[in-house]
Design a protein around this ligand. Structure first.
Ligand code: SAH
Length: 262
């Protein structure tokens, strides 16, 4: 990726927020995958406290709220997403089960050992997988669960083009065994790991973007930053179609050790 592309990323966050606000999901995933990850969690009751970190507009949170006991706090640093999140809470009549707050994943407003479950789909990379696992650990009760999805390599070696792309985008991407070792080292039992199927990227993420891109380009006709952002998004999708044998998203579920070893 060139420096020019990098500056697009950093310069026009508002445009990026606006683009993703028009989509149900802000990252790869699907309702089926959220259910599947949830099937490994067995410690929840009506008093449970759950955090969905980097919740976006809450596509996955609404499902969680409908299918788990307990109360969910969605946290995202984008106020536009949190407004939409709280509108979704109203729409699905989940006021007693979920609410969204603006906050940053590196400074979370939770007490130590308060949470029964930390959920985070397609977002932990913003703080870094290892750092997120380590820093969020203290918020979980002993025996509490963490369930996160994260970009991962499927193979030990990859073609240079995709290797270089990810090195610049997110150098924390790693193989599944290395990620599992990081979970263990951070003080969790690795409970489950599964690869998200391709439809999470294609049907639920890239395909809805095709129409969203047309609408966005029409609205921002002549805006160079908008055009460059869409060109970049299309490039990213094209790389996925070309190299999807080599990488994808993986759900990792860990359980905080029920005793103290530190
Ligand atoms: N979980 C949602 C959104 C994933 S996109 C889904 O799967 O659809 C990643 C999200 O992380 C975005 O909503 C972005 O606003 C949020 N994010 C990025 N950096 C963050 C930070 N430092 N603190 C909190 N949220 C952050």
């Amino acid at each position: 990726m060139s420096d020019e592309n990098k500056s697009i990323h950093e310069s026009d966050l508002e445009l990026i927020f606006e683009y993703f606000a028009n989509l149900d999901r802000q990252g790869p995933g699907s309702p089926e995958v959220t259910y599947k990850a949830l099937s490994f969690i067995d410690n929840l009751n009506d008093k449970s406290l759950i955090a969905d970190i980097g919740c976006g507009t809450g596509g996955q949170t609404m499902l969680l709220a409908q299918h788990t006991p307990g109360n969910i706090t969605g946290v995202d640093f984008c106020p536009t997403f949190i407004d939409l999140f709280n509108q979704n809470v109203q729409k699905f009549n989940l006021q007693n089960k979920a609410h969204g707050i603006v906050g940053s994943m590196d400074n979370l407003p939770f007490q130590e050992e308060e949470l029964d479950l930390i959920w985070s789909e397609g977002a932990i990379y913003n703080i870094g997988f290892e750092r997120g696992l380590q820093e969020w650990h203290k918020f979980l009760k002993p025996g509490g669960y963490i369930a996160v999805s994260e970009a991962s390599w499927f193979t030990e070696e990859r073609p240079a083009e995709i290797d270089n792309f990810w090195l610049t985008e997110y150098s924390g991407i790693d193989t599944i065994p290395n990620k599992v070792a990081q979970i263990q080292k951070a003080g969790y039992i690795p409970v489950a790991t599964f690869v998200l199927p391709e439809n999470c990227w294609i049907e639920h993420f890239y395909t809805p973007q095709v129409t969203a891109q047309q609408v966005f380009l029409k609205k921002h006709a002549g805006n160079k930053a908008a055009m460059e952002f869409i060109a970049y998004a299309q490039h990213e999708a094209q790389l996925y179609y070309t190299y999807k044998e080599y990488y994808g998203y993986v759900f990792y579920i860990g359980r905080k050790l029920g005793f103290r070893i530190f």
